[in-house]
Design a protein around this ligand. Structure first.
Ligand code: NAP
Length: 241
C-alpha cells in the first residue's frame, strides 16, 4: 500500500519502520519539512515529504499522529482531494496537564477525543494505535494464534475504512478488535482499563463489554480523574510530552 504518515515522532516513526518492513511504501511528514527527516528515512526506508504530499501520496491509507492540540494547525483543505474511501487513522490522546491544555468539549465529554479530531479534520477517522506505547508498536507483533498476542481496539463510523484498518492491524501482528463507533471510542481513551495495558483479545473484549457503550457521567469523571493522576505521576518523574 501507499501510506502517508503525518507526524514523525514516537508513533509516526514506529509505524514507518514497521510498515516499510512489511513492504509498504511510506511517505512521512513533520512540521519542519522533509529535509529534517533524513535520519528517519535512512533508519526506516520511509520517504520524507511535506504534509500536503503525505496526504496526496498516501493513496491507500493516511495516518495522522501529531499532538492533539496541533490538529487545528493542519491546513484546512488538507484532505480535499483524498478519495472518500481512503481511511484516515487518528492515534490521538488528550493530555490536558502535560501538553494539550484544557479543551472544553473533552472536559464536558460532549465529544470523544477522536470525535473532536474528526470534527477538525472534516473527515471520518479510524481510531487505533492510541492505546499502545510507541516502544511496543516499534517491535514486530506476533503471528495470529500466538498465545498472549496483544489485541488493539479499532473504532470508526466508517465500516469499510474500519475493515481495511483492521486487516492492517492484523498484518502488523495484533488481534484487531472492532470497538464500535467513534462515539463509543471513549472506552480506549486514557484513564480507562484498556489504555496501554497490552491486553489479549479475550480480556479486551471483556473490558469493552463491561464498560458498556454509552458513557455515563460517572465513567467520564472517573477516566478524567485517573488520567489526571497519571499525568501528575509523569510530571513528578520529569516526563515532558
Ligand atoms: N508516544 C506514545 O507512546 C503514544 C502512544 C499512543 C498514542 N500516542 C498519541 O499519538 C499522537 C502522537 O504522539 P507522539 O508521541 O508520536 O508525538 P511526538 O513524538 O511529540 O511527535 C509529534 C510529531 O508531530 C509533528 N507535528 C506537530 N505538528 C505538526 C503539524 N502541524 N504538521 C505536521 N506535523 C506536525 C511533529 O513534527 P515536528 O517535530 O517537526 O514539530 C512530530 O514529528 C499524540 O496524540 C499522542 O498522545 C502517543
Amino acid at each position: 500500500m501507499n501510506i502517508g504518515i503525518i507526524g514523525a515522532g514516537h508513533i509516526g516513526s514506529a509505524l514507518a519502520g514497521r510498515l516499510t518492513s512489511l513492504g509498504h511504501s511510506v511517505y512521512i511528514a513533520n512540521s519542519r519539512g522533509p529535509e529534517t527527516l533524513q535520519d528517519l528515512a535512512r533508519k526506516t526506508g520511509a520517504t520524507p515529504v511535506t504534509t500536503e504530499e503525505a496526504a496526496q501520496r498516501g493513496t491507500d491509507l493516511i495516518v495522522v499522529t501529531i499532538p492533539l492540540k496541533k490538529i487545528p494547525d493542519l491546513p484546512k483543505d488538507l484532505f480535499k482531494d483524498v478519495p472518500a474511501e481512503t481511511p484516515i487513522i487518528d492515534t490521538s490522546n488528550y493530555y490536558p496537564m502535560l501538553r494539550d491544555g484544557q479543551l472544553p468539549e473533552l472536559e464536558t465529554g460532549d465529544l470523544t477525543e477522536s470525535g473532536w479530531v474528526q470534527q477538525h479534520l472534516g473527515r471520518p477517522v479510524v481510531k487505533v494505535f492510541n492505546n499502545i506505547l510507541a516502544d511496543h508498536l516499534a517491535q514486530p507483533g506476533k503471528p495470529a494464534g500466538t498465545p498472549g498476542r496483544v489485541a488493539l481496539p479499532v473504532a470508526s463510523d466508517d465500516a469499510a475504512a474500519k475493515r481495511k484498518v483492521m486487516q492492517l492491524v492484523e498484518e502488523l501482528g495484533y488481534d484487531a478488535i472492532d470497538a464500535g463507533t467513534l462515539r463509543e471510542s471513549w472506552r480506549q481513551q486514557p484513564g480507562g482499563p484498556i489504555y496501554c495495558n497490552d491486553l489479549p483479545a479475550d480480556k479486551l473484549r471483556e473490558q469493552l463489554a463491561s464498560l458498556g457503550t454509552e458513557r455515563t457521567p460517572e465513567q467520564h469523571a472517573g477516566f478524567l480523574a485517573n488520567q489526571a493522576k497519571q499525568e501528575q505521576a509523569m510530571a513528578a518523574q520529569g516526563i515532558k510530552l
